[in-house]
Design a protein around this ligand. Structure first.
Ligand code: FAD
Length: 484
């Protein structure tokens, strides 16, 4: 089967890239070992992801994609594609063995709005639905979609790539194309075939996750009302947000979809998962450590088995070369904290679409993409690892999280001003002054020297256009994102 590009993996990244190329008249083939709809984790989107989606929809003339960039338009256009409303990021600090308690100054919480209205709200993606939708759209646009096929071999000769596949019927095929994109996520199909070195040891974040989907999870807003933790300045209901329940050595996410479905996962250092064989028992033990989370999950019913990934962070030594590239989320991944994965994946789709649709193959641009993606994973890791290093100190966790949000706000503004990801780098990775300031600040937050932290707000003022470090806000931020 001769094509212009072979894309391995039909998650949202591979499917969307295939759709864009097919819509532009390219001959793309997307192959996956699984079949849609299939479960996938990685569900909490961000304003950055929304901006990137909207830009992809407009730039590549995909009107059917645009509604996914906002909760309101998504509900109107595609009520059957599973989605949750995400007005922002909420973090609640739970003390061991005690129900959650906040103070009038919100000493135990942080709420950062992602959007000012429900209609313009960000989203959680029910990945089984979203990925299947994007795959179908690609096929309708002319992409060749192959499901249920294992990759059996990858070779390269003078004319390009030859990918051997075996269908689940047992039949074999060879796909040939001058370009090859690996969008297999943790599968790392191409990196394994090329024998690329791993760079996992570069990453400071070393965590694992235990997760599932449940029905019947209680409302945290209601629980807080009952406990008297009522805030008059909350910019959104915490149930309409990515809820982060922060513990002494990790955190749990709760992401609510419609139909009472909720994604729940516990993230802790990898070392804590060592020797964990009974996942259900590990789940019960973690729930039992935190009375408020236990209250939310009392009566909830899992709709699938609990899954465990004991080590999440990974990074391949190279992300691209002439004629081949990985999506960012295949090249490397850090951790779900602050939800960078979907947006990083979309930033790669944007950049690879540009490279593949360019009139001439520019080998240097492919190499530059690969170096940029590798560096961006290291940048995300620098910011995310600081949050884990300072636990259980919630004040410093909040500061470390704020550094991540400062990079995010900067990146959103760059995208809003029309800059493309190749120029800005993901999370403004190529903005050297911002990066130097945030890296120095992350070092200080980790060291925890009170005198140095005193001056942090002034030092970071040039990088804080929305006042995320303003103590008068008392950890409630109503509007930080640019409009989509
Ligand atoms: C526990 C956890 C929680 C996360 N939470 C978030 C979050 O809240 N927000 C966020 O933004 N990101 C999150 N992420 C990251 C997110 O999951 C990824 O960014 C996202 O799934 C990447 O999508 P993708 O399309 O690139 O790859 P994937 O979704 O991983 O899709 C890869 C596809 O490739 C196929 N495949 C794999 N190997 C092969 C092979 N050898 N041959 C053929 N096909 C193959 C698979 O079947 C799959 O369909 C999380 C990640 C983890 C691990």
């Amino acid at each position: 089967m001769e094509r212009d590009v072979v894309i391995l993996g039909s998650g949202f990244g591979g499917s969307l890239l295939g759709w864009i190329l097919a819509a532009a008249g390219g001959r793309a083939v997307v192959v996956d070992r699984d079949r849609h709809p299939r479960f996938a984790i990685g569900e909490s989107s961000t304003p950055v992801a929304d901006l990137l989606l909207a830009d992809l929809a407009r730039r590549h003339r995909l009107p059917a994609l645009l509604p996914l960039a906002r909760w309101g338009s998504w509900q109107e256009a595609y009520p059957d594609i599973g989605c949750g409303k995400k007005r922002g990021f909420s973090y609640f600090h739970h003390r061991p063995g005690a129900p959650f308690r906040d103070t009038p100054d919100h000493a135990a919480s942080l709420l950062v709005a992602a959007s000012a209205t429900d209609a313009g709200s960000d989203t959680h993606w029910l990945r089984a639905d979203v990925d299947a939708f994007l795959f179908r759209q690609g096929v309708e646009a002319g992409m060749t979609g192959i499901e249920g096929a294992e990759v059996t071999g990858i070779d390269r000769d003078g004319s390009g790539w030859r990918v051997g596949i075996r269908h689940d019927s047992g039949a074999a095929d060879t796909l040939a194309a001058p370009f090859l994109v690996d969008a297999t996520g943790g599968g790392g199909a191409l990196a394994r075939a090329l024998g690329l070195p791993r760079d996992d040891d570069r990453l400071r974040t070393r965590t694992g996750a235990l997760y599932t989907h449940l029905r019947g999870v209680g409302s945290f807003d209601r629980l807080q009302e009952e406990a008297g933790n009522v805030s008059t300045t909350a910019p959104f209901r915490s149930d309409d947000a990515a809820q982060h329940h922060v513990f002494d050595d990790g955190w749990a996410w709760m992401l609510r979809f419609r139909d009472d479905l909720c994604s729940v996962g516990f993230v802790r250092p990898s070392a804590r998962w060592e020797g964990c064989v009974d996942r259900a028992a590990a789940w019960e033990a973690l729930v039992g450590r935190c009375p408020s989370v236990a209250a939310l999950l009392r009566g909830a019913r899992p709709v699938r088995e609990v899954a465990l990934l004991p080590r999440l962070s990974r990074l391949w030594g190279r992300a691209a070369g002439p004629g081949w590239a990985m999506l960012p989320t295949t090249a490397g991944f850090v951790d779900p904290l602050h939800s960078s994965g979907i947006a990083h994946g979309l930033s790669g789709v944007a950049r690879l679409a540009g490279l593949l649709l360019a009139p001439r193959h520019d080998a240097a641009a492919w190499e530059a993409y690969g170096r940029a993606v590798h560096d961006e994973v290291v940048w995300i890791d620098r910011l995310v690892s600081a949050c884990y290093r300072v636990l259980p100190d919630f004040d410093r966790f909040r500061l470390a999280a704020t550094l991540f949000f400062l990079a995010t706000v900067r990146f959103e503004r760059m995208l809003g001003a029309g800059m493309d990801c190749a120029a800005s780098g993901f999370l403004a990775a190529r903005d050297a002054p911002l990066r130097a300031a945030l890296e120095a600040a992350a070092d200080e937050v980790e060291r925890g020297d009170a005198a140095a932290l005193e001056g942090l707000r002034d030092r970071l003022a040039p990088f804080d256009p929305v006042g995320l470090l303003d103590p008068a806000a008392r950890h409630r931020f109503a509007h930080t994102a640019v409009d989509k």
